[in-house]
Design a protein around this ligand. Structure first.
Ligand SMILES: [Zn+2]
Length: 118
């Protein structure tokens, strides 16, 4: 019988992907918007409780299986289920997170007659 007695689970730093060239007049506006999304994953913010490393670690701790291979597969299943649930929660909150981010980035130039925050 194999059992998970200890595990290190860490959340990596947010990865920001920007598809606007740095020469664009919109680059800084997009950068501000994306930085707000990074901040939203911080403690107490709208996405701050998602992808919690301690929560995932607690789900994995104590798992057991007759073989190392089965234990490894079980850990993968639990991790994948956890990530799938977090992805669903993120999808549900995304419209609210977008509105928040636009409220920040819409304040920077160039401004539009129509802006994302409505
Ligand atoms: Zn956004």
């Amino acid at each position: 019988m194999y059992i998970i007695r200890d595990a290190v689970v860490q959340r990596s730093a947010p990865q920001v992907a920007m598809y606007v060239p740095s020469s664009s007049q919109f680059y800084y506006k997009v950068w501000i918007h994306e930085q707000e999304h990074v901040q939203q994953f911080g403690p107490g913010r709208i996405l701050g409780d998602l992808y919690n490393a301690d929560e995932l670690r607690n789900l994995i701790m104590g798992l057991s299986a007759p073989t190392v291979e089965q234990l490894s597969a079980l850990v993968s299943d639990v991790r994948n289920s956890y990530l799938a649930l977090q992805n669903l929660l993120l999808r549900d909150r995304a419209p609210y997170a977008e509105r928040e981010a636009y409220q920040v980035s819409d304040q920077s130039d160039p401004r539009y007659v129509y802006q994302g925050c409505g």
